[in-house]
Design a protein around this ligand. Structure first.
Ligand code: ADP
Length: 250
């Protein structure tokens, strides 16, 4: 039973400040994950480690070797912190950098070398991917968000649990989380669905939801939940209903 868990950059970093990690949150998140590390692929957002350098170098619109390198090195620093915390908490994490295993076309994942990830899971390891820069066949380089990696991994791995942790209680309508939603609910959400409150070049809740609705239409449901509340990550990993359930139309 493979599970894909995403922890948003809004949990692990302060999205308003350059490369500002939240060490206590990283430790807490790592401990919750380490309590149930089997058959799991972790994706974490890049938060301020990705969005702020990407914006500074005008990625993805303007390609520059320096922008590519600096943005990648910055997100790898956050990944190092997450991997180290997971290791300290007793899990067996391995870093997987999307720059080295993902190819984009027009900003969308065209290819992802998933076999090593599958093998890691089989061998009891916990692969840890993250939002990153990646080569794009149509425009030199682009950005691959954690939110885009999640459905791609979930599809190829046939994930049974897909949980996306962020800093709000789910998809909010008039301040309240929806218990459940499908694509049919999108028009009602049009005015309520916005980007991120911090600096985010990949779409905030709207981007997240559109990715998960596509996944749900393909038969794999997911939850969007509040990972800043202690215990929620452990619950989500057990497949408990919390936050907003995103399901397909049928
Ligand atoms: P993460 O970094 O955790 O992936 P994002 O910042 O990308 O999260 O997206 C979550 C943010 O989306 C929330 O903190 C909130 O500011 C924003 N948002 C905009 N519209 C909504 C909505 N209708 N429901 C919930 N969150 C929303």
């Amino acid at each position: 039973m493979t599970r894909v868990l995403k922890i948003g950059g809004s949990i692990l970093t302060d999205k308003t400040r350059d490369a500002a990690a939240r060490p206590l949150e990283i430790t807490r998140v790592a401990e919750e994950i380490a309590s149930s590390p089997a058959d799991l692929v972790l994706v974490h957002g890049a938060g301020s480690f990705g969005h702020i350098p990407a914006r500074r170098y005008s990625l993805p619109e303007n390609f520059s070797p320096a922008g590519l390198l600096m943005t990648h090195q910055s997100v790898v620093r956050l990944n190092d912190l997450v991997v180290e915390a997971l290791s300290k908490a007793g899990a067996s994490p391995v870093p997987v950098h999307p720059l080295s295993c993902t190819l984009l076309r027009d900003g969308r994942i065209e290819a992802l070398a998933v076999e090593p990830v599958r093998e890691m899971v089989r061998d009891g390891l916990l692969p840890v991917l993250h939002g990153d820069v990646a080569m794009d066949v149509s425009r030199k380089a682009g950005i691959v968000s954690g939110d885009q990696l999640v459905p791609c991994l979930a599809r190829v791995l046939g994930a049974e649990i897909v949980a996306v942790g962020t800093d709000v209680d789910g998809v909010l309508l008039s301040g309240n989380p929806l218990a459940e939603m499908t694509r049919a609910d999108l028009p009602a959400l049009a005015g309520a669905l916005k980007g991120s409150s911090g600096v985010d070049v990949t779409g905030g809740m709207k981007g997240k939801l559109l990715e998960l609705l596509d996944l749900a239409d393909g038969g794999i449901g997911s939850v969007i939940f509040n990972a800043s509340k202690e215990g929620n990550i452990s619950r989500a990993l057990q497949g408990e209903p919390l936050g907003t359930r995103v399901r397909g139309l049928t």
